[in-house]
Design a protein around this ligand. Structure first.
Ligand SMILES: C[S@@+](CC[C@H](N)C(=O)[O-])C[C@H]1O[C@@H](n2cnc3c(N)ncnc32)[C@H](O)[C@@H]1O
Length: 221
C-alpha cells in the first residue's frame, strides 16, 4: 500500500476520534496559536468566496462562514463530511483530492481564496496545487498552514514521517505524512504556478517555539 493510500485510510479510521478531539479543543497548539492564525490569515484575503480544502469536521468553514465568507469545503472522509455538515451551514462536499484534481470544477468557483489547514500531507502535491489554482480567480490567494519545518525534529530534508497522535485520547491509526523543508514548499508552489506573497510563523505563546508555518500565494500571471 502506498503512503498516500494509507493517509486516506487513516482519515477514515481516525475520523470519529479526530472530530471529537477538534470539537473538545484538545490540541494545545491549535487552541493557543494556529486556529486564530489561520482564521486571521484567511480573513485578511480579499473577497467573499473561500474554498476549504480538506475541511475535516468543518470548524474552519464554520468560523469563516460566521465571519461572513461564502465557504465551500470538501474532504475525502465521509464521516468527517457528515460531521462538518452538522457543524456548519457552509456547503460541504465529499470529494477526494484525486477526484478534485481530475475535475476542479466539481467544487464550483471561481473562489477569491482557498485554504489548506494542515490538509496537505502527501508527497506528490502538484496535481492538488494545480487544481486549486484553476478554481481561484486571478489575483486571489491560497493560504496553506502546515507543520513548521524547524519544529518537526529529525533530519532537515524532505521525506516521509509518521504521526502517531500520541497524547490524544482514543484509539488512533498512525498516519504517514511527507515532511518538506521551507525551500521545498516554495519550490512546489512555484512548480504549480503559484507566486509566494506572504509567510507567517505563529509562535506557541508558552514555549516560544514556532507553532506552524503559513504560506500565502497568488496565481502566477
Ligand atoms: C489534519 S486534518 C485537517 C482538517 C481540517 N483542515 C482542520 O483544520 O481541522 C487533514 C484532513 O485532510 C483530509 N485529506 C487528507 N488527504 C486527503 C485526500 N487525498 N483527499 C481528501 N481529503 C484528504 C483528511 O480527510 C482530513 O480531514
Amino acid at each position: 500500500m502506498t503512503p498516500e493510500t494509507r493517509i486516506v485510510q487513516s482519515w477514515s479510521s481516525n475520523a470519529a476520534v479526530w472530530a471529537d478531539a477538534i470539537q473538545a479543543d484538545a490540541l494545545e497548539s491549535r487552541r493557543l496559536a494556529t486556529n486564530a492564525a489561520i482564521v486571521d490569515a484567511v480573513l485578511r484575503t480579499h473577497g467573499q468566496r473561500v474554498l476549504d480544502v480538506g475541511c475535516g469536521e468543518g470548524w474552519l468553514a464554520r468560523e469563516l462562514a460566521r465571519a461572513g465568507r461564502a465557504v465551500v469545503g470538501f474532504d475525502g472522509s465521509d464521516t468527517l463530511v457528515e460531521r462538518a455538515r452538522q457543524n456548519t451551514d457552509a456547503a460541504i462536499l465529499l470529494l477526494d483530492y484525486a477526484a478534485f484534481a481530475a475535475d476542479p470544477a466539481a467544487v464550483g468557483g471561481p473562489f477569491d481564496s482557498a485554504v489548506c489547514n494542515f490538509s496537505i500531507l502527501a508527497r506528490d502535491i502538484l496535481p492538488l496545487l494545480d487544481a486549486i489554482r484553476r478554481c481561484v480567480r486571478s489575483g486571489g490567494t491560497l493560504v496553506i498552514q502546515t507543520v513548521h519545518p524547524l519544529a518537526a525534529g529529525g533530519r532537515y530534508e524532505d521525506g516521509w514521517r509518521e504521526e502517531t497522535f500520541a497524547g490524544l485520547a482514543g484509539e488512533w491509526a498512525p498516519m504517514p505524512w511527507y515532511f518538506r523543508t521551507f525551500a521545498s514548499w516554495v519550490a512546489e508552489l512555484h512548480a504549480a504556478q503559484w507566486r509566494l506573497t506572504d509567510c507567517r510563523e505563529p509562535v506557541h505563546p508558552g514555549t516560544g517555539a514556532p507553532a506552524s508555518l503559513i504560506l500565502c500565494a497568488t496565481p502566477a500571471e
